[in-house]
Design a binder for this molecule. Sequence first.
Ligand code: SF4
Length: 632
Amino acid sequence: MNKLATIDLDRRQVTVEEIAPDLRRRFLGGRGINTHLLFHAVDEHTDPLGPGNVLLFGTGLLTGLPWVGASRSSFSAKSPETGHLGDSAGGGHFGAEVRFAGFDHLVLRNRAAEPVYLWVHDGQIELRDARHLEALTLTDTQDAIKHELGDTRVQVAAIGPAGRRCVRWACIMHTMADAWGRTGMGAVMGSKNVWAIAARGGATLPVADPAALAKVTRTHYEQITRSKGFLATSSYGTLVRLNNTRTQGYEGGFNHQRNMTELPGELDADVFLDRYEIAKTACFNCPTHCRHVHEVTLRDGTRRRGGGPEYGGAGGWGSQCGAADWRTILEAWDYCNDMGLDVLSATAYTAWLMELYEKGVIGEADTGGLSLRWGDHDAIMGVLRQTVERRGIGALIAEGWMHAARAIGRGAERFFDHVKGLSIECDDVRGHRAQVLGLATSSRGACHLRSRYTLEEFALPSSVTEALIGVPIPSDAASYHNKEHATVWTENVCALADALGACKFLSKWLSTGLLGVDEFRDAVEAATGMRFTTEELVRVGDRIYNMERLFLVRQGMSRKDDAPPAKFYEPWTHGPRAGTRVEREPFEALLDRYYALRGWDGDGIPTPEALRALGLEREGALVASARGPGRC
Ligand code: SF4
């Protein structure tokens, strides 16, 4: 236990070391320790798809322990999609199984001479030939490895054809629909010639105080299952957002040209549950079972089963690409999962191409003959297939939207909605000021899972938010007042959850009745014996966020990169809040207050004082020497 294994793929050597207590205390695990390792392993010159990049896998401090929903783990690397911080958290059972096999963190260095998969079991790591997996989809890859190892309980994280061909926004998958989706971690794995990691182990994880952990877990289980958040999530999963955003006027449509669409009513979570869902599943030790299993008859008459979908795919191919039927959405969703394409990037890239086609920026000569009309099934599937096969317009977007925009020219980049190179999600949050700020400041680029102040959508009384955050946050989503506190709180708590391996869907990030930092503190103490105050735990999240910021500053980023997409400065076109837009002056003032609260200067650079308070002086000095004076 408490082991970090470094796998030199070139030399086929495995080195195992203990994780130092100080590193544990300062960064806990998962995204936290990954961020520390990544900062020191690469620099601003590292080629994301070259052997000098590292691929880090990290289980959370609590992952695999008998605590509610302790399932999450993170892959991190320099991103081949954005060129800067790459990091993605996923659930399922893989992280827990890696710990049962004896490891907490894996560091993949260099590149294997031939395709391999890693077999992690009972304190050992083997490199095994993977060439026979070349023609397989992701589900078949996982099945083939389990068959080969003779144990269906083996848990596998793998890449599909997209990752093997280094599509820059390829993901890593586990089961039918658990993904480490964003920032192209599948491409990094593919660039290392590692096609999967399989894990199985029989170890019992040590618990500092088993009786206390059992009591804490029982209390947290009851707290979760009594909450309104549980009711919504266990019934609808993330699809609850499909209905919420439609009824509240910010579903986002046609590549964010509109805030609402008039697509037919089929695009509704209840329709999906009634017609297509056949079961629900859950991640390790989670009572919420928010994951759908569906069956659908495709247009060619094939009946198929898949996992999911999540809201990002349903809204992305729905309102953003104009597909008004579940069959198209589910076919596209399943294809991405089979091939290992990140669904959020896939929907954003497709919607972007459709707007370019609508505006005449590209035509069929550019698209490999595809007519990219909104909602067209063949257009959507054609874009996805061309990407995996690296042909037609797919050959361009496989290299990322920035490369494609340069190749297309004609101002194509103006129509891609992103922050720091990562596409924004399908919903349109320009009317929610803390959420806009979080989009702009999110460390891996646009991201709902590390910077979205979700509670802003519930018009909570300020007395409730004051009790939670320490400062009253206006219940009016359109107000800019005090929203910097909401965003900083969100970013720190999300970083903390990712370091613990806790699921945010079970936390106050989603609903005030769920678990908060006090509950995290009790679980950490019972499970590990490590004592923290609530404030100290929040400071760990703060430290992780600042470490990520230093990574970005070293890449040359600053205030100029903390900006919402240009379309957010244009007014909403439809619904009761038509006319709502981001106003430049109040937004810039909000950003100033956010920087001041974080202890960053007016250009968004962490000050030496702020870094000293977090124990990050050494990293600050490294960035200053790379970027010059005034850069930490
Ligand atoms: S709430 Fe859903 S995503 Fe989170 S751990 Fe439970 S089943 Fe997994």
